[in-house]
Design a protein. Structure first.
Length: 271
């Protein structure tokens, strides 16, 4: 193992273990996500009953999309911020982070990823298990093959990485504002809508859908969930995953460049 990687692995383990301790918060999240999932499914059922053929996905695909989206919400949700990062920037404690022998971007990326994985680990299994035993049409249906399941998880973790890289841009933007609350709110609302958190992207008008699908937002959660539901397959599946990798590379590059620019302007008052 490369010596330069060891500190980040240790940091990842520490943050993962610490985040897993919040079991009460996880229980509250599970209940909330079950209620929200049922509300979404009931809403869609009302529309499907009127004209099932008018929608781009079958009801079963939509149900699977919703349950898996709720099960792994923590990996891709737009409001999974590490508020200690904002506090360190706004209170001047960032000076301590800057003298540590670790790359600041990599450090924040590592802790943000660990936080998301910890939250998802506590919530995903109960939601999936219960959704699998629900009666029709609320039941979650698993993919037909292990290959589809494996591709889904690869795409899901790529989507999580894209989500973290987008969140990193919000962290860096805090260097240029007095208070980051407005930026955080605008980003969370906009990203939740554009990633399919409220309405699956295939249900958007064609023109808007095509734009969103080529932007990084579609690569966060919509692509992996549609792969799981069997709505993306074949050549389109390969193209979708290539697009995820493309946006991950671009966003990480932009985030690092912007952070270097921001750190050159940092001024710590006092002694």
């Amino acid at each position: 193992m490369m010596p330069a990687v060891k500190p980040y692995i240790a940091l990842f383990r520490i943050r993962l273990v610490n985040s897993i301790q919040y079991r009460a918060a996880a229980l509250g999240g599970i209940v909330t996500q079950f209620v929200w999932g049922f509300m979404l499914i009931l809403s869609f059922m009302a529309f499907y009953e009127s004209n099932p053929g008018a929608f781009p996905m079958t009801l079963q695909q939509t149900v699977s999309y919703i349950w898996m989206g709720q099960a792994f919400l923590a990996l891709t949700m737009s409001w999974a911020y590490d508020y200690s990062i904002f506090d360190s920037i706004e209170n001047g404690h960032i000076s301590y982070d800057m003298v540590r022998p670790m790359d600041l971007y990599s450090r924040w990326f590592t802790t943000s990823t660990a936080n998301r994985l910890a939250m998802a680990a506590l919530r995903c299994i109960p939601i999936i298990v219960v959704a699998l035993v629900l009666p029709e049409p609320f039941r979650l249906v698993l993919p037909d093959s292990f290959a589809q399941f494996g591709v889904f998880f690869i795409s899901l973790f790529l989507g999580m990485a894209v989500a973290v890289s987008l969140t990193m841009l919000v962290y860096v933007s805090a260097f240029f504002t007095i208070n980051s609350a407005g930026t955080r709110m605008i980003f969370a609302i906009g990203m939740d809508f554009l990633t399919g958190g409220i309405l699956p992207i295939p249900f958007f008008p064609v023109g808007i859908r095509r734009v969103i699908e080529v932007l990084p937002f579609g690569a966060v959660r919509d692509m992996p969930l549609r792969i799981f539901a069997g709505h993306i397959y074949g050549t389109e599946l390969v193209q979708s995953m290539v697009l995820q990798v493309f946006w991950l590379v671009i966003l990480v590059f932009l985030g690092r460049v912007w952070m270097r620019t921001a750190l050159k302007r940092v001024i710590a008052q006092g002694g």
